[in-house]
Design a protein around this ligand. Structure first.
Ligand SMILES: NC(=O)c1ccc[n+]([C@@H]2O[C@H](COP(=O)([O-])OP(=O)(O)OC[C@H]3O[C@@H](n4cnc5c(N)ncnc54)[C@H](O)[C@@H]3O)[C@@H](O)[C@H]2O)c1
Length: 340
């Protein structure tokens, strides 16, 4: 596969300005990455099913002269949408674990078929020199050993994890079949301003700040919590790295620290500064006994990844953002009350 440089490319700081296609650009991860790419002089096409008028996380980027919004599903992507891009970052997904329990078919359609359509478009466009995929700790499921590293088998324990694992398998399959320049960057729970309101840490912080009990599903299972800026930096390191160094590789880019869910609930309560009760309910299906503790040594050694924000600092910064939202937007105070 020959990397194709668009004839309209310009030189920025001595480098050819590269054009990046980010799927899921209107989401939490995609919008933050899009901002970082534009700040570094890349040209970006952001693809998402979110209508442009509702893409609030991209409000600044939509006005940027180097940004183009493609309002489209990855399931309908064509080679012509990919042409002219040398890098594709695949973030688009039905990313909610709880929703996938109730809507497994939709989740598989979005995450697996959407990925296969994108891979086919990338293959036929024949211009992409890096294809990056946002992997999830959910793909690994029950740990066979700890810390979890890039060689750990994909043994998902919930429908969302299955969809992400199947998509990752497709990405490696297209590499083996067609030589696609695949790269996977996996993370655990990513938090920070603009994070999804459906994620448990957001819900717990919101509830604690509102003086409501924190409701914990299970308790002893563990998670790796990372801050959005650190995760975006990991993506940027892989984007900037020479192709021969990163293509064909998987990296974990979390915090490298393991926290139990009950400890995270206690941290959320402390950070919120409101002594609300912590109520425990049953585990989600497949969750009991799950441990998520990543080794980030490969990312550290090969990419120079070095997370700067600890999980406690990350949760504190997220709480500060939610507090500001609650103070400035009465809608924020109402919306979340519909969530369990
Ligand atoms: N946030 C996390 O904690 C986390 C952790 C590990 C992996 N990931 C992965 O990172 C990626 C981004 O996650 P996020 O938290 O930003 O989620 P998000 O829900 O905020 O963003 C996903 C975006 O994808 C879009 N999308 C969904 N289906 C689409 C389709 N068919 N076509 C085009 N766009 C579509 C959505 O509209 C949304 O804007 C996902 O692939 C997710 O699985 C996230």
């Amino acid at each position: 596969m020959t990397p194709h440089i668009d004839q309209h490319s310009q030189f920025v700081n001595g480098d050819i300005q590269r054009k990046v296609l980010v799927t899921g650009a209107a989401g939490f991860g995609g919008s933050n990455l899009t901002g970082a790419l534009l700040r570094e002089g890349y040209r970006v096409t952001g693809l998402d099913i979110t209508p442009p008028a509702s893409a609030s996380l991209l409000s600044r980027e939509l006005r940027h002269s180097s940004f183009q919004y493609l309002w489209k599903s990855v399931q309908d992507i064509q080679p012509s949408d990919v042409e002219g891009h040398s890098i594709v970052v695949h973030m688009a997904a039905q990313a909610d674990t709880p929703m996938a329990f109730d809507s497994p078919r939709h989740t598989v359609m979005q995450n697996v078929l959407g990925t296969v359509e994108l891979l086919e478009a990338v293959r036929h466009a024949d211009c992409v020199s890096k294809f990056l995929y946002a992997g999830s700790g959910n793909e690994l499921g029950r740990a066979h050993y700890l810390p979890l590293d890039e060689r750990h088998p994909l043994t998902p324990h919930n429908p969302y994890g299955f969809s992400k694992a199947a998509a990752e398998m497709a990405i490696w399959t297209w590499r083996r079949s067609y030589g696609l320049p695949s790269i996977v960057i996996g993370t655990g729970v990513v938090v920070g301003p603009d994070m999804r309101r459906e994620v448990f840490i957001y819900k717990w912080l919101w509830r604690a700040l509102k003086g409501k009990p924190i409701v914990v599903e299970g308790g002893s299972q563990t998670r790796d919590v990372a801050y959005i800026d650190d995760v975006v930096e990991a993506w940027m390191l892989a984007i900037r790295a020479p192709e021969e160094m990163v293509v064909g590789h998987k990296f974990y880019a979390g915090s490298g620290q393991e926290y139990s869910i009950e400890k995270l609930a206690a941290i959320c309560r402390e950070v919120a500064g409101v002594p609300v009760p912590i109520e425990k309910v049953g585990y989600r299906p497949g969750e009991k006994g799950q441990r998520e503790a990543f080794s980030i040594e490969k990312a550290r050694a090969m990419l120079g990844y070095s997370p700067r924000t600890t999980p406690v600092e990350a949760i504190t910064l997220t709480a500060d953002w939610i507090r500001t939202q609650l103070e400035s937007s009465p809608a924020e105070a109402k919306d979340i009350s519909i969530l369990p």
